[in-house]
Write a protein that binds this ligand. Structure first.
Ligand code: GDP
Length: 376
């Protein structure tokens, strides 16, 4: 709006300082003379320019919009629907892709990691929180489920401030009608989604992992969050009990073998400092810089050594680009993003984990269609 009213001073300071410009047009009203004027001026700025064709609420409107606005000759056009959220993920991918590394670095320095301590009632979450921050913050009592509300704490950890959230435990859904139980399960899942690192506390004296704990473990993995397993109350168990738990865990080896597992006692203080160190280590691993060329060599050569097909078409990876984020995130430029499923991605994940130390960290893949290469 300001651009229009102030066209004489069109090259405003904001534009000069911007790393990328997002221009929004309305597919429903079509090209207007104002759109044309703005485009002409924005192109002169030599900034990365993305055209957002908004109100593309469905496939038809998307293709219509792309066809109509391609007249503008802007390479990067994304149909979006701000109201329905369509295309926003694509937009974020493109923006991350073109942002200069420096800009992302500055943001990263300010990010604190959110750590959450989750688990069933009475496993020792509050005790662990207290031990980690070395003060009595939450009330610990013998009665199960004393801690109900998430507690936010700042923990000074090797100069990094971390939020600790102790959530109400996940309870078995004994009766669906019980709204409190329902809310508790939901609150744990919500906490996981809002964390960067999840510490799942399990009572080792219970001898086995419950269904809910396994569910939380897989959910955390699905959500691409870092995960640390803590088996607490080891003062109550014998060596053979521990062997039994380890044996039970081996059923989920594909996931657990890449997780840090710590055996603690909040009562005696055993291995508590290890939890603190591990949180820090996982954070460092998550933040490690993956070298683009090295990663690309690794991924492309391993990929080519084991050709994968969708029907008769060979799936190709043309390029790879690590993105700076809270967890290792990698853009894959491929010929058919829609055909890269869990088989392909777990193969790549294995290859990457073999080369880099990513214990406890998730790997997030972002699939993008490679533009500059033939698609078959
Ligand atoms: P939360 O409900 O998961 O937060 O569990 P709490 O921290 O409130 O602990 C529940 C009970 O277990 C309390 O009586 C604690 O004193 C006890 N507890 C916690 N950690 C340990 C431990 O390592 N060993 C033993 N023996 N008891 C513990």
């Amino acid at each position: 709006y300001r651009l229009v009213n102030d066209s004489a001073r069109f090259l405003s300071e904001e534009i000069d300082n911007a790393a990328a410009l997002l221009m929004v047009v309305d597919v429903k009203s079509g090209i207007t003379s104002l759109d044309m004027e703005i485009t002409k001026n924005l192109k002169k700025t030599k900034r990365a320019l993305i055209l957002l064709v908004n109100k593309a609420d469905n496939e038809d409107l998307s293709s219509e919009g792309i066809a109509e606005f391609s007249r503008f000759g802007i390479d990067e056009m994304i149909p979006v629907s701000a109201v329905h959220g369509r295309g926003i993920a694509d937009l974020l991918d493109v923006v991350t892709d073109i942002l200069p590394i420096d800009t992302k670095k500055t943001e990263k320095q300010e990010t604190a990691y959110r750590v959450s301590i989750i688990g069933k009632p009475n496993v020792g979450k509050s005790s662990l929180l207290n031990a980690l921050i070395k003060k009595n913050r939450s009330i610990v009592a013998d009665e199960a489920g004393t801690t109900r509300e998430p507690i936010h704490e700042k923990m000074a950890l090797h100069k990094t401030t971390i939020d600790i959230i102790d959530t109400a435990g996940v309870r078995r859904k004994r009766s669906v009608e019980d709204p409190l139980e329902e809310i508790m399960v939901k609150s744990s899942l919500f906490t996981i989604r809002n964390s960067d690192i999840v510490v799942l506390v399990i009572d080792a004296s219970a001898q086995n992992l419950s269904d809910q704990e396994i569910k939380l473990m897989f959910y955390t993995n699905e959500q691409r969050k870092a995960l640390i397993l803590v088996f607490n109350k080891i003062d109550l168990i014998k060596e053979e009990d521990r062997a039994q738990i380890e044996h039970n865990l081996s059923k989920y080896e594909h996931l657990t073998k890449r997780l840090p597992i710590i055996w603690t006692s909040c009562l005696t203080g055993k291995q508590i400092s290890r939890v603190r160190e591990t949180i820090h280590k996982v954070q460092l691993r998550c933040q490690q810089e993956l070298n683009k060329d090295e990663l690309e060599d690794l991924v492309v050569s391993e990929w080519n050594s084991k050709p994968m097909f969708h029907k008769t078409i060979r799936l190709k990876i043309h390029g790879v680009r690590p993105v700076e984020a809270k967890v290792p995130s990698i853009i894959l430029y491929v010929n058919y993003p829609e055909w890269f499923g869990s088989t392909q991605l777990s193969f790549l994940e294995k290859v990457i984990r073999k080369r880099y130390d990513l214990r406890g960290c998730p790997i997030r893949f972002i699939l993008r269609k490679a533009k500059m290469f033939p698609t078959s």
